[in-house]
Ligand binder design. Structure first.
Ligand SMILES: [Zn+2]
Length: 290
């Protein structure tokens, strides 16, 4: 499952192509991805201009002229590919993913042909992704968006946000995965942020009642997300020249997927441990995360 930084790099890669572009035609290779496409999906998009490309949590939001928004989720294996820009035959897939994306055209499910020659293709081998199209005014009530918490990339996110956990006895790890308080944090970046903050993922979330701990964790979350987006952005600029983004995010992880490796914190001689929490792997250093 792509995490927030990956989705944000996809958004930034698509933005220059999609924003302001007019959709000439949309072609669907099948009636459904994870869910059926909304009624008259093709007709409602054809001839319309894309006014802006936003993001809420891990959802891409294409603001369409006429008051509708296309909501797109990449699922487990979804990616976009841009064709017809630059040199003939060239293509690019915006975003840097921890797992490789498919380039197999048999998994191309949606083609958006744009005025001016570019085509944006949605590819998704496992088809857990989906698209919806709804009035922009209904967006906040969409079942996937209603009840989502604060974006860790927004100015509204602060230590005070984490104070919502002050009376929770669930482990820090599980609390941070709860999308109703902070949205968009997945398994990888929760592990990374807790390591950065020096907090043991098994401690009760009520530790965040302590202002210092909440401040430390809030700035760790901000930093790991911002650095991952920045790293993804830098691969994006080179994307036309390099084809492999595989593993790009992985080598930046301090603890995630590093079981048995020495802790990277200067002065710490601990070893990264992997445990199970809420059915997911947690990676942490028992020596410096307390
Ligand atoms: Zn350590």
């Amino acid at each position: 499952m792509p995490e927030l930084p990956e989705v944000e790099t996809v958004r930034r890669g698509l933005q220059p192509v999609l924003e302001g572009a007019v959709v000439l035609a949309v072609t669907l290779a099948r009636p459904a991805l994870r869910y059926p496409f909304p009624e008259r999906f093709v007709e409602r998009l054809a001839g319309r201009r894309i006014l802006g490309l936003g993001r809420r949590s891990k959802y891409l939001l294409w603001e369409i002229e006429g008051g509708e928004t296309l909501l797109a989720h990449l699922g487990m294996s979804g990616s976009f590919r841009i064709e017809g820009l630059g040199a003939p035959g060239s293509q690019t897939s915006p975003g840097a993913f921890a797992l490789a994306r498919s380039r197999d055209v048999r998994h191309d499910h949606v083609r958006f042909e744009l005025k001016g020659g570019a085509t944006v293709v949605y590819n998704d081998p496992r088809r857990f992704g989906f698209m919806d199209l709804l009035p922009t005014t209904d967006l906040e009530r969409h079942p996937r968006l209603a009840g989502l918490g604060i974006e860790p990339t927004s100015n509204a996110f602060a230590a005070a946000t984490l104070a919502a956990f002050a009376d929770r006895r669930t482990p820090l790890k599980a609390a941070l995965l709860d999308q109703a308080v902070v949205t968009g944090l997945g398994n990888i970046y929760v592990c990374e942020a807790l390591w950065r903050a020096g907090l043991d993922p098994r401690r009760p979330a009520s530790v965040l009642a302590d202002q210092n701990e909440a401040e430390k964790l809030a700035s760790a979350i901000r930093a790991v997300i911002a650095e991952a987006i920045e790293a993804g952005g830098s691969t994006l600029r080179d994307h036309m020249r390099t084809d492999g983004t595989l593993g790009y995010f992985q080598h930046r992880f301090a603890v995630y997927n590093r079981e048995g490796e020495p802790c990277q914190r200067p002065g710490c001689d601990g070893t990264v441990l992997r445990i199970r929490q809420s059915g997911r792997s947690t990676f942490f250093c028992p020596s410096c995360q307390r």
